[in-house]
Ligand binder design. Structure first.
Ligand code: PLP
Length: 507
């Protein structure tokens, strides 16, 4: 700090430099150049898929940038651009490259870069929501999308409602909170009582966030009853019916049945029509977790997988999975729009103006866990408006078809075993080298886990692992629509090669 100058004036000068449109324009130009080069290099598989470093190494490196970041006298445009390039370059070089066609990993897509551009409009201008007046366009975008995706699922226009929230886990929690409040009248105020003896009947492969919801909602994870699966890991409606009958005979309060449209481990779709018949007959709230499978609503080939979802009391879908938009953008739908305010039976008069009750309809904070909520749907709205909803059908069709090809390749190979028929774009399999054919499932599972770990650390491919049928296995989610036959053949070769190098410690 120089003596004789007003420190506050100096602070203002430094702040102004950070907010200057000229600074933004310079850095945005560099941003566009860097990202374009990165996307080109990554989609051509010229980088590692995952840039692996042990966590402490990365944390140390990130911290070094922070500690070197204060030049004292504020932002100098010339130096800032170079430093911005260094920082952005470092972030890109150390990340997970989802746009590489050899990324065949978690249920997280490489978002369409175009959606990323639209998303940044909301980010840079901070179009947050809770009340309509803080994010009028963000609210409009959200409502317009809810109407259209809800109708694509099969809900009738004007009769259903929805909201967007920060991820599938929060979406499931919100829908199940509504189901709990409806099942246990007054419990938002008084809490769940032991006398309620609640039960939550869930697909046995349901995502862990469902059990977590039971814990958060005061139902307790012990209230979960797992509905058995058939040989394709879909909920068995006959078994479901027996479970519900027993619970109701015992006087238990069934909060909801949670079915899956795209269950996490294998991408299985439950038979929603017979499940809906049973829930209607037994007067139980039906919830469908379509975080993964909700995108099939846009595919002529695969929409039938969601048949019956329109009879569910609530459905959740993640746009940041099969609609290929940046995270997080999750939708909750209520079949009956009367339930839209049932999750949170509260008012916050300083936010929601009581003199204008009609406005509450558009103040999304009344329906969501978030108060300040980012404009999560700009990316989806922009992409949809630019390309049409048929793009989402194409993305589903292409990724599902490649998964079928992978299945065929695995079946044709002596040293691989697919563990199920693919119902979507998730496939679990094991590598079975001849010398491990008669090994225990434990040994085989650990071998598969070790090969996968070495594979992803090598940067050559990114795939995941899961336990299935009593042992560890490898799992691919074909989330990159650019992955083709060539990458899948190379994947099997890479697994074989690493398998040979790993085998010694398992014999
Ligand atoms: C079926 C299912 N439900 C919920 C979730 C959780 O979604 P999110 O990661 O958006 O919280 C996942 C995540 O993979 C999932 O597969």
């Amino acid at each position: 700090m120089t003596t004789g100058t007003d420190p506050l004036a100096e602070a203002r000068r430094r702040v102004a430099a950070v907010y200057s449109p000229e600074t933004f324009s310079r850095l945005a130009g560099a941003w566009g150049e860097l990202l374009t080069a990165h996307l080109k290099s990554v989609t051509e598989s010229r980088e590692n898929v995952l840039n692996w470093n042990d966590p402490p190494v990365n944390i140390e490196a990130a911290g070094r940038f922070l500690d070197a970041g204060d030049p004292g006298e504020g932002l100098d445009l010339g130096r800032a651009e170079q430093r911005f390039r260094d920082l952005a370059g470092e972030a890109l070089a150390r990340g997970q490259n989802l746009h590489d066609p050899r990324y065949i990993g978690h249920q997280v897509p490489p978002p369409s870069p175009i959606a990323g551009l639209f998303d940044s409009l909301g980010t840079v201008t901070n179009q947050v929501m809770a009340v309509y007046e803080m994010g009028p366009w963000a609210t409009a975008v959200e409502r317009a999308l809810i109407q259209r995706w809800g109708e694509a699922i099969g809900y009738r226009a004007g009769t259903f409602a929805g909201l967007i929230t920060s991820g599938g886990s929060l979406a499931n929690l919100t829908a199940l909170l509504t189901a709990r409040n409806v099942a246990l009248e007054g419990c938002f105020e008084t809490g769940v009582q032991a006398a309620h003896r609640p039960a939550l009947v869930v697909q046995a492969d349901a995502h862990y966030c469902i059990a977590r919801s039971a814990g958060i909602l005061g139902l307790g994870t012990d209230s979960i009853i797992k509905a058995p699966l058939d040989d394709q890991r879909r909920m068995d409606p006959g078994q479901l019916n027996l479970i519900l009958r027993r619970l109701q005979d015992e006087g238990r309060k069934v909060i909801a049945v949670v079915a899956c449209a795209g269950a996490t481990p294998t991408g299985a779709f439950d038979p929603l029509e017979p499940i809906a018949d049973i829930c209607e007959r037994r007067d139980v709230w039906m919830h469908v977790d379509a975080a993964h499978g909700g995108g099939t609503a846009f595919s002529e080939r695969h929409w039938h997988l969601l048949r019956g979802a329109d009879r569910a009391d609530s459905v959740i879908c993640d746009a940041h999975k099969m609609l290929f938009t940046p995270a997080l953008c999750a939708f909750v739908f209520y079949k009956n729009r009367e339930h839209r305010f049932d999750a949170f039976r509260q008012t916050a008069p300083y936010l929601f103006d009581p003199s204008n009750p009609g406005a509450a309809e558009y103040d999304c904070g009344l329906m969501t866990i978030e108060c300040t909520k980012r404009a999560a749907a700009y990316g989806l709205w922009g992409l949809w408006s630019l390309c049409g909803a048929s793009l989402f059908g194409d993305l589903v069709d292409v990724t599902f078809a490649m998964t079928r090809e992978l299945h065929d390749m695995l079946r044709a190979a002596d040293d691989f075993e697919p563990l199920h028929e693919p119902q979507s774009n998730i496939l679990v399999f094991r590598h079975l080298p001849e010398r491990l054919r008669s090994a225990d499932l434990d040994v085989l599972g650990n071998f598969n886990r070790e090969v996968r770990r070495r594979l992803i650390h090598s940067g050559r491919f990114y795939i995941t692992q899961t336990p299935l049928n009593g042992g560890g296995a490898m799992r691919c989610t074909l989330m990159n629509p650019l992955t083709g036959r060539r990458e899948l053949q190379e994947l099997l070769e890479a697994i074989r090669e690493i398998g040979r190098a790993t085998l010694g410690s398992f014999l």
